[in-house]
Design a protein around this ligand. Structure first.
Ligand code: ADP
Ligand code: MG
Length: 379
């Protein structure tokens, strides 16, 4: 990929890139809707990502191109007008520049920029965070700066929240920034605080993307957020992460049944994230797998953010050999299921799961097999 990008950069701009960086996509491993409740989440940086090649210019012009998009966007340096339509992808690097400035970091006055990806765009694997981290790392290095990782991560989230306008939590950028091969990234969303947790050898990830999405997904997210905040209020805490064990039993009768279910999911999910970290440290993959599947069952029964498609994939996967556990990954209401497997799980077994799904739902899910990878880095 590096050589391909170098060649494309040369063909587009007629010169050599000064710097090439790569930033990975991510999966949500466990910790479903825990982020805005102040809880922890575990993510995995995957071996697919976004590359950015960059060379500074002395004439104050910004030129941006991508292997995934047509044409070259040529701008007067400093022009942070938001784009719409075919060139709206440049809002990601422009948003990063805007955020880096807000964080007191400079970028080169002029530059040529070329992005490339082996991550499907818009498939829930956070190509957006990957292009942000790759852009931020390339731009700051080209300006001779080496900001701390958490500053880069926060600036990229700021870009996505405020410039692009997507209200994502810290998981996407945190994992793309702090990922490490053969590790998971643990994020305490209150800090936020980032840590890596070793992943035992031989763990593989298989992602089944249904390409289904609930028509009312934005409203459903907002409703879940509201229900969690309402439950926290009744329990007398600022965020559900502060609710002590037993708070639900103590509040019996005061919480509406729906709020009780949402709160139980969040409080127990926070416990599952912590239990997963302990099981990983003990090398106990069977327990990790059980926790993953338990997380899905809780989404299915209590948080009610699963769908028949996602449930079918989880049911089929956990009945398939070499699968430790499976769960929906991401916000839910459609999207993808992730399975954690041993190395013995095969393309043939994955195809069997996809065929069973197709028989029931009349469409085939996309299958992606991936391992963990390092976070954003200069190559
Ligand atoms: P996801 O993060 O799940 O992939 P998003 O909708 O959040 O989906 O982000 C996808 C958007 O990020 C794309 O539509 C595009 O604008 C931008 N993007 C990501 N990678 C690239 C790339 N390599 N080249 C150009 N734009 C990209
Ligand atoms: Mg995204």
């Amino acid at each position: 990929m590096k050589a391909v990008l170098q060649e494309k950069f040369r063909a587009t701009f007629g010169r050599e890139p000064a710097i090439i960086v790569r930033a990975p996509g991510r999966i949500e491993f466990i910790g479903n809707h825990t982020d805005y409740n102040g809880g922890p989440v575990l993510g995995a940086a995957i071996d697919r990502g976004v590359w950015v090649a960059l060379a500074p210019r002395t004439d104050g012009v910004w030129q941006l191109a991508s292997a995934q998009k047509d044409g070259v966007v040529r701008l007067r340096g400093g022009d942070l007008t938001k784009h719409s339509g075919a060139t709206s992808w440049v809002n990601y690097p422009l948003g990063v520049i805007d955020a880096l400035r807000a964080f007191g970091l400079g970028v080169p006055p002029g530059f040529d920029y070329f992005a490339g990806s082996d991550l499907p765009l818009g498939a829930g694997l956070s190509s957006s965070a990957a292009i942000e981290l790759a852009s931020a790392l390339a731009l700051t290095r080209a300006a001779g700066a080496e900001p701390a990782r958490d500053v880069l991560v926060k600036a990229c989230r700021h870009a996505e929240n405020h410039f692009v306008g997507v209200p994502c939590g810290i998981l996407d950028q945190g994992v793309s920034g702090f990922g490490r091969r053969n590790h998971l990234v643990f994020i305490d969303c209150r800090g936020p605080r980032f840590e890596v947790v070793p992943l035992p050898e031989g763990v593989h990830f298989w992602i089944f993307n249904t390409h289904t999405k609930h028509a009312l997904v934005d409203g459903l997210y907002a409703a879940r957020h509201r229900e969690c905040m309402e439950a926290a209020r009744v329990l007398g805490v600022g965020l559900l992460v502060e609710a002590p064990l037993g708070a639900l039993a103590a509040a019996a009768g005061r919480l509406a049944p729906v709020a009780e279910k949402r709160a139980r999911h969040i409080i127990e999910e926070i416990g599952r994230v912590d239990a997963t970290v302990r099981a990983l440290r003990a090398g106990d993959l069977t327990s990790v797998g059980r926790l993953l599947t338990a997380s899905h069952r809780s989404s299915q029964m209590l948080f009610e953010n699963s769908t028949p498609e996602l449930d079918f994939l989880v049911d089929t996967l956990v009945a398939t050999p070499h699968v430790f556990g499976a769960r929906l990954t991401g916000g839910g209401f459609g999207g993808a299921v992730m399975a954690m497997t041993s190395a013995a799980f095969s393309p043939a077994l994955a195809a069997g799961v996809a065929a069973a799904y197709e028989q029931t739902f009349g469409a085939r899910p996309d299958i992606l097999h991936t391992l963990t990878a390092d976070g954003a880095q200069v190559l």
